[in-house]
Design a protein around this ligand. Sequence first.
Ligand code: TRP
Ligand code: SF4
Length: 328
Amino acid sequence: MADKKRILSGMRPTGPLHLGNLHGALANWIDMQERYDCFFFIADWHALTSSYENTETISDYVKQMMIDWLSAGLSPEKCTLFVQSHIKEHAELFLLLSMITPVPWLERNPTYKDQIVQLASKDLSTFGFLGYPVLQAADIIIYKADGVPVGVDQVPHVEITREIARRFNYLYGDTFPEPQAMLTETAKILGWDRRKMSKSYDNAIYLSDSTEQVMEKVSKMITDPARKRKSDPGNPEICNVFDFHKLYSPQPLVDEINQQCRQAEIGCVACKKKMAKNLIAFLDPIREKRHHYEERPELVAELILAGGSKAREVAQQTMEEVRAAIRI
Ligand code: TRP
Ligand code: SF4
């Protein structure tokens, strides 16, 4: 372990994971667990920053997210999987960091300004929402992470984390490494309506969907809009179903569809059926694992506890150093 670089990342438990999440962040994490000392956690306190009025779903989403992670292939033997609110040390470090973080750093955070506009229906004028990146900085540096695999939207938060770590080191002596954001190119997955796949657009295929639900959602998928009849030649390049074929179908079938579509030799209904079959075959093993964990809630609870103990050990060690550095 010692020779591996440490990485850390988190997800807010805002609902079940869909294919967009899987091919985005999660596939990347699964791949990284072989090469890095990985810490992945469910950011339930961060979920409160925007959903403080509706907290009844959070604990269930936490369990579901852990099951999604495990079924998709994150291994508790290879990485440390835990829940943020189980490690109270994050809150202590958040408090200490809040003492040294200038408010203008937070006010000029582009993600903050963006979210205030996008979520205008919610009252986000809270201290906690402004302080979101300070909590995120605590999450990251308490494990002295070298890298933080995130999407572009989170880069400003990692940047603030580096600034806060630097400021801490300047004030109290070298304690924290400055973590790097690790960006990865990921396939952009569209929902059936050709908008970005997202829970809020209600256009997503979930890892937890049944075979019937997947079939129904695939049958609704918008194809080449210019192709009205089967006798019209289609353009796979602008068709979302074809993008899915590229992800889930074997290459010879992809090539075949590419040809047949352009020559109007296959209809969209048949084409979708072939794709759905391969997508379902891809999801089957994930669904099987999901059943396994769903039937064993005590196993999931145990894994969450065990991951928490591993994380806590590291967090407590860091906090001893932090208290000594601050002399408190
Ligand atoms: N803010 C992240 C998101 O919304 C979640 C998160 C919380 C996180 N703490 C983190 C990500 C620490 C990386 C590292 O996606
Ligand atoms: Fe898309 Fe397939 Fe229809 Fe071509 S045949 S437009 S690839 S769904």
